[in-house]
Write a protein that binds this ligand. Structure first.
Ligand SMILES: NC(=O)c1ccc[n+]([C@@H]2O[C@H](COP(=O)([O-])OP(=O)(O)OC[C@H]3O[C@@H](n4cnc5c(N)ncnc54)[C@H](O)[C@@H]3O)[C@@H](O)[C@H]2O)c1
Length: 441
């Protein structure tokens, strides 16, 4: 039976390479529509957990994973030879930067090599990992055609970026529109036919490059606007104006404005990294990405600005940072999730240690993290802990934390997230970053 006919009856075998933050939700979503899914992973632990029906990703519902595993619609394996029996394979492996901030393509390359080993007629290959424009056509296509199969005729290749917003209760994998572009019209048609079975809305574009660039536009847009509000926070501190009030006032304009908030820097696996993929690509074409470079400069300096604000707060309390006890409140890169990747709280932690402070942390979602070859554990957020600190630095404003309790029992609070605005008892002890540089009255 031809692929498109098989698809009509959902009688296809779907594969997901990489079962992380992107791959596991995708695999579960595909299984939920009744299509049989095989997750292919290099991490034994993840394979074991999936096969036992144990969830490890916040955006996946425990009962959904358990249900599809029990029904036999999802299983995981370390064995790439299963690709031989698949009709579709989506690649969801990491795309980090190397030490020089250039794309690290090693994960895509290794996944591709395995696909080439088992490539067969009619296989639809869809790349989900974020990457530079041209990856699908210039990098993947030649490697896949080394198999002597012809793209657009014997197999199909497309790019469809994952756009998930971790922790977002409204937009999940299924109802976030899916942009998709193939390296030829036949590739788009095949990939679209598959994804229409799974996602509510497909947005086909004319090429893989347009899809790659759309993803980079989205994340570069966020990164640059965050850089703008971060600089605005610094300006407002000098002007004695509250940036948080300014943003909320500007946001009452019903058109032409979108809110972004300042913070201690960029975090997560996407916003701090993806724009560098575009910069790198443009460098190869002798073009300098000025907006990206400038926003990166402002954003990467924010942890230092948080420390600077803390030094100012301690100074108002006639204290030095050296030998002070500092509690970092919130290590995850954003509120209400446990993802520590690229979190700017680590930069703040490091800078404080370098300046001779004794640093500890509390994060209700992150019980421990490895640090200089050891583990640092989250301390319970009680009166004794807060009393023993010279200052608390709020780096991530998890909603489950009682900030009034924190203010009531702390000597000094540096708030980089506006978590304390409007609370009582803040006089002389709360310094909100971007709040106009006064200890709150
Ligand atoms: N996390 C997000 O919110 C998000 C959002 C949009 C896009 N993305 C993009 O999606 C891609 C994946 O990100 P993620 O957050 O899921 O990463 P992740 O690290 O959570 O998951 C990747 C998984 O791939 C596995 N893996 C690595 N190499 C492999 C290989 N050769 N074969 C099989 N499995 C392999 C890893 O063990 C890991 O489980 C990245 O390109 C990222 O930029 C992520």
């Amino acid at each position: 039976m031809r692929f498109l006919d098989k698809l009509k009856t959902k009688n296809i075998q779907f594969g997901v390479i990489g079962l992380g933050y992107v791959g596991l939700p995708l695999a579960v979503e595909v299984a939920k529509v009744g299509i049989s899914v095989t997750g292919i992973e290099v991490d034994k632990e993840k394979v074991r957990k999936v096969n036992e029906g144990h969830n490890y990703i916040g955006d996946v519902k425990d009962e959904d994973l358990k249900h599809v595993v029990e029904k036999g619609l999802l299983h995981a394996t370390l064995d790439f030879s299963v690709i031989r029996d698949l009709d579709v394979v989506s690649i969801c492996v990491p795309t980090p930067l190397n030490k020089l901030k250039d794309p690290d393509m090693s994960f895509i390359t290794s996944a591709l090599e395995k696909i080439v080993d088992h490539l067969h007629k009619d296989l639809v290959v869809i790349l989900e990992s974020t990457t530079y424009p041209g990856t699908t056509r210039e990098y993947m296509l030649p490697k896949l055609e080394e198999s002597n199969l012809k793209c657009g005729k014997d197999f199909y290749l497309a790019f469809s970026p994952e756009r998930v917003d971790p922790g977002n209760p409204v937009y999940l994998t299924k109802n976030t529109p899916k942009v998709l572009g193939g390296v030829s019209p036949a590739c788009t048609e095949h990939a679209q036919a598959v994804y229409e079975q799974i996602f509510e809305t497909i947005v086909p574009v004319s090429s893989a490059e347009a899809a790659e660039m759309a993803k980079l536009l989205e994340n570069t847009f966020r990164m640059i606007n965050i850089g703008l509000v971060n600089e605005l926070a610094i300006m407002c501190d000098r002007l004695g104006v509250d940036v948080w009030e300014v943003i909320d006032a500007a946001a009452t304009k019903p058109f032409g404005f979108m809110k972004f908030y300042p913070g201690p820097g960029l975090g997560g696996h996407c916003i701090p990294i993806d724009p560098h993929y575009l910069s790198w690509k443009m460098k190869t074409l002798n073009y300098k990405t000025k907006f990206i470079d400038l926003a990166a400069e402002v954003n990467t300096a924010m942890p230092e600005y948080v420390v600077h604000t803390l030094i100012e707060g301690l100074n108002l309390h006639t204290k030095a940072l050296r030998n002070s006890n500092i509690l970092i409140l919130g290590m995850a890169y954003k509120n209400d999730i446990d993802d520590l990747r690229e979190s700017p709280a680590f930069d703040v932690f490091k800078l404080l240690e370098e300046k001779g402070a004794t640093v500890s942390y509390h994060d209700p979602y992150c019980p421990k993290f490895s640090w200089n070859g050891d583990y640092v554990e989250s301390l319970p957020l009680d009166k004794e802990l807060l009393n023993s600190m010279d200052a608390v630095v709020i780096t991530t404003a998890h909603r489950s934390v009682d900030y009034q309790f924190v203010v009531d029992h702390s000597k000094l609070v540096i708030d980089s997230r506006n978590a304390t605005k409007g609370l009582k008892n803040t006089e002389g002890k709360v310094l909100r970053m971007g709040g106009g540089r006064t200890l709150d009255e």
